[in-house]
Design a protein around this ligand. Sequence first.
Ligand code: SPV
Ligand code: MG
Length: 307
Amino acid sequence: MNKAISIPLSADVLPATNASTTLRDLILSKELAFLMEAHDGLSAAIAARAGFKGLWASGLSISSALGYRDANEASWTQVVNVVECMVDATGIPVLVDGDSGFGNFNNARLLARKLEQRGAAGVCLEDKGFPKMNSFVGDRHPLADIAEFSGRLKAVKDTTGSDFVLVARIEALIAGHSLDEALHRADAYTQAGADAILIHSRKAVADEILAFANEWSNKLPVVIVPTKYYKTPVSAFRSAGISTVIWANHTMRAAIAGMRDICGRIQSEESIAGIEEEVAALEELFDLIGYDELARAEERYLPKLTA
Ligand code: SPV
Ligand code: MG
């Protein structure tokens, strides 16, 4: 009997212990969990290799990698296709940034169903309209009506399986509303069936996030994105009972810095001799993308080479 081959690489690349940890396990665990941003198959494989047990398919990073703004310029089908590559390249759970769901309840449930079919472990929907704008850009972040957004959440919950994780993201603090408004929304989204609450902030300190966590007292797990309050030590998040930290854009920003420096050097030096030791070896690339598995498959499936 032929054994199914794994394409392209999962078992060859990942520590076996990672593959069986579900997103639900991570988010519900008493331990503080970390999701690392990725935006394509390669960055996903690198993050998994580093030991992360779950990934954040960042809307900002996926759209940036495609050359688009994080304002729903990339279509939902483009996002779904990228997520599929991330899933194929790793085998660890992927929480997808579903923005505001690309429309009403109907668009949101279609997006979630397609993500689930392609192997995503969950989706995060934010309570804004379509098109949304990245939370760190400008001041125009009108919030969705609570009842209407709750309908989006319910539709996703009714459409997806019980393992698929639905994270409701509250943008009230981003939009300049009060902590009470954020808490009120968190209650409504809990009623609507969310599995976790992502509370977002763009302040340089974590005070409003920690105040939220304190008042909320873990009615549902709390997920945070400390991009702007990056100086806050994770011990503060542990003490506050936060469930999950998302490092939301750092493979993308590392790639920008690396590519910017190397392009500049090659351009000015008119040579690649000086940078050879500074870029990843081709062997590392072949290893990350599982060329060894392909070589074994060739042994099995291709006719033997004759001299
Ligand atoms: C993303 O990574 O796309 C996010 C997080 O949604 S943020 O950029 O902070 O809005
Ligand atoms: Mg986003």
